[in-house]
Design a binder for this molecule. Sequence first.
Ligand SMILES: Nc1nc2c(ncn2[C@@H]2O[C@H](COP(=O)(O)OP(=O)(O)OP(=O)(O)O)[C@@H](O)[C@H]2O)c(=O)[nH]1
Ligand SMILES: [Mg+2]
Length: 268
Amino acid sequence: MTLSKGSYPGMMVQAPQKGNGVVDTSMMINQVKSGDIRAISRLISMVESGDLEAGAILENLGPSTGQTETIGITGYPGVGKSTLVDRLAAAYRAEGKKVGILAIDTSSPLTGGAILGDRIRMQSHSLDEEVYIRSLATRGHRGGLSQATSSAIRVLEAAGYDVVLIETVGVGQEEGEITTVAQTVVAVVAPGLGDEVQAMKAGLLEVAHLVVVNKADREGADTTIRDLQGWVSQVVATVALRGEGIGSVKEAIAAHQQQIRAASHANV
Ligand SMILES: Nc1nc2c(ncn2[C@@H]2O[C@H](COP(=O)(O)OP(=O)(O)OP(=O)(O)O)[C@@H](O)[C@H]2O)c(=O)[nH]1
Ligand SMILES: [Mg+2]
């Protein structure tokens, strides 16, 4: 049916189509709050693409409860972030917690996006409905990604996720941005990253609440650990590939979470 200009009173006028359909704001809010995966994904996609309507929907999700633990996992490419995230997610799931994983894709438009997401999706949790995994990429202005990430966290919080793990590659200009979106920042390093670790001392390692030396099965792990002690408050060794040390990482994260919660109560 096409609507002519002279449409008569009472005629049903179709709402404007947006993207792949009409957005019913209140329905979407209800669906997100009830944990509907499709609604969650759709809202995060709107946030990611900078859809103006997304902002209004986010506001209607209600105030942030602060109940969701947000944990940033960051470090150089290949140090084992995804493997660690996968193991941590399993550990939180074992406690019955609802877990969200956001893989932040900072790859350049030239190399194409969603590389992290594809890789992370191959891990064991893709079949577990209680683990929501998704990659996030924005091609816009600087800072856009952290805004999109914060908004995605808001969505997951409203949907009742207890823990959100955020994987980012900790290199480049925007490495510090993780501290603005995650409550607890875990920097991951691996043996053999001599110069890179030196460079990180002036950046990421300074803002990290916890440093994980992964691939502790590799030669040189002891040296890396010793080199870091003294620089950072806490170092935990892991072999994420075999699930070793995951409990210690989780405990250290919990200790930091407790600290920040105690501090925020003291400020009220
Ligand atoms: N030897 C050893 N290898 C590991 C360990 N953890 C992960 N790996 C391997 O290291 C490689 C990279 O692991 P990923 O988890 O994809 O690393 P990543 O940091 O997420 O990589 P990017 O997302 O590309 O930055 C994979 O081949 C893993 O199997 C470990 O504890 N020991
Ligand atoms: Mg990865």
